[in-house]
Design a protein around this ligand. Structure first.
Ligand code: FAD
Length: 468
């Protein structure tokens, strides 16, 4: 090595970890499903620091694994077992750089935690609408690198739609200043859009310009029980026709999901008397008044009831009850992790195809695996279904998990038949890399490889992730 690791450690005093115990938290993923080894973990404070580290890695032939909050669910931010890679954690780069309340934009470091970004926006009477279960730990850089979705996509779009500009350290250690706060910019290839969703395989996002929105004056949340995903779609159609962009949340989950959350969390309560088999959480956001929000929700539920779309419903009467309703949906990932091993699918199909996809997948799964628990939930308004499985109580966890590949093939074949995606919002990482490649159109495969080769000719940026 032209400049040794010890020299780099001296230059980054206290911010370059090489001790195994110190590195451990950076080497295992959120669900403790995957672990790896690393040469070192670097914790830069600035974009210049990141560039210095990337150049050192280049000179010494060291692969780089960018890491934000380490909440990714596809294995993208964990190094492999070789112990040759450097994990580059953005966690210390967590400063807001500027806020422009006329342009409604926030410019910040990529290591800012999502929740703190939401809080900053709120402190300025604005909304930053990206919202997901890991928001207390995940970072904006990670959100952009995975093009995260979450619960606000229906109204505000995913992370890509919320970003106007980026600053990136390229694979050869140069800094690209694309921190433009423009809503219109047709000046050539959109580099920002190429880096967003690239899972750290093309460059390291060090800064971003985010869009802010007016804060709703009032929000109202309800949970309804209903007979089937088709009924849920009827309710969705009604809500969108009547209330359009006021519908800011439309999440669905099954009775089995609710039962699991009730089993795992003592403080969780059934939201409505009449049992499912399906539930939908609807959130309306209103820019006028609390009364208007409540009235709109009441009218929506009355019509839905008259039309036979819903069986029962409860509207939250306080902020804490609304939070408790949301928690039933948001605690599902944690409830599954607590229950043991999980076989997950983060798929999307056109919204109109969700009921048919579920019918076909349920039938195929029931034929092959009658003894597992179906945990089916998701962002119905985006056609995004988390089609997950856990084992029955007392079953052999390893034997259950050994069926993963066979189950994936059954579920994903049906998704692809509906022209859907086998990774709606979590990215490919290592988890879905090979399957995605198998389903990929050859022309698309060639173009993706050409992009990778152009941005990272020596394959140093997160090698082995997203593309084989
Ligand atoms: P990490 O996990 O650290 O990294 C994820 C990927 O991005 C890796 O490939 C990594 O190399 C790359 N990366 C990270 N930072 C950078 C950077 N600065 N530059 C370049 N590459 C980078 N996701 C959703 O989309 N919707 C959900 O509803 C959702 N709910 C979740 C709920 C729970 C309980 C958990 C644990 C996760 C959930 N996720 C969800 C997944 C995860 O939170 C998101 O993918 C999140 O965007 C990852 O951010 P992070 O900072 O933790 O990134």
């Amino acid at each position: 090595m032209t400049q040794s690791l010890a020299d780099l450690a001296a230059a980054f005093s206290g911010r370059l970890l090489t001790d195994n115990d110190d590195m451990a938290p950076f080497l295992t993923d959120w669900g403790h499903m995957r672990g790896g080894k690393a040469l070192a973990v670097a914790q830069p404070d600035s974009t210049d620091d990141v560039a210095t580290i990337v150049r050192w890695c280049n000179t010494n032939g060291v692969p780089i694994v960018p890491q934000g909050g380490n909440t990714g669910l596809a294995g993208g931010c964990i190094p492999d077992q070789s112990g040759t890679a450097l994990v580059l954690s953005l966690a210390r780069m967590n400063k807001v750089r500027s806020i422009d309340l006329v342009n409604n934009t926030l410019t910040l470091d990529a290591g800012c935690i999502l929740q703190s970004v939401q809080d900053t926006a709120e402190n300025h009477d604005r909304l930053f609408p990206l919202s997901l279960g890991a928001e207390g730990s995940c970072t904006i850089g990670g959100n952009l690198a995975t093009n995260a979705g979450g619960t606000g996509v229906l109204r505000y779009g995913n992370a890509r739609d919320l970003c106007l500009g980026l600053e990136v350290v390229t694979a050869n250690g140069e800094i690209w200043d694309g921190l433009k706060a423009l809503r219109k910019d047709n000046s050539g290839y959109d580099l920002r859009d190429i880096f967003i969703g690239s899972e750290g395989t093309l460059g390291i996002i060090t800064g971003a310009v985010l869009k802010l929105f007016p804060r709703p004056v009032a929000q109202t949340t309800c949970i309804v029980s209903l007979d089937s995903p088709s009924r849920a779609l009827d309710l969705f159609g009604l809500a969108r026709r009547r209330l359009d962009t006021m519908v800011t949340g439309f999440e669905f989950f099954s009775e089995e999901c609710l039962t699991l959350v009730l089993e795992m969390f003592d403080d969780a309560r059934r939201p409505v008397e009449t049992r499912g088999p399906w539930y939908v959480l609807v959130e309306l956001s209103d820019l006028q008044s609390e009364d208007s929000a409540r009235e709109n929700m009441q009218n929506l539920l009355e019509t839905a009831f008259e039309q036979g779309a819903i069986s029962d419903g409860a509207v939250a009467t306080s902020v804490s009850q609304a939070r408790a309703f949301w928690a039933l949906r948001e605690r599902l990932a944690e409830a599954m992790a607590k229950s043991g091993k999980v076989i997950k699918h983060d798929v999307s199909v056109p919204v109109s195809s969700v009921p048919q996809f579920l019918d076909e997948a349920d039938a195929a799964m029931a034929r092959g695996w009658p003894d597992i628990r179906f945990i089916v939930f998701g962002h119905l308004g985006d056609g995004n279904v988390h089609y997950d499985f856990i084992s029955k109580k007392g079953a052999d966890q390893d034997a259950f998990h050994a069926q993963q590949d066979a189950i994936n093939a059954v579920v994903h074949d049906i998704v692809v038949k509906h022209r859907g995606s086998i990774s709606a919002e979590h990215g490919l990482g290592t988890l879905r890399r090979d399957e995605a490649d198998r389903y990929r159109d050859p022309v698309e495969r060639g173009l993706m490889r050409a992009v990778k080769a152009a941005f990272d000719p020596h394959n140093r940026m997160n090698p082995g992730k997203l593309l084989a």
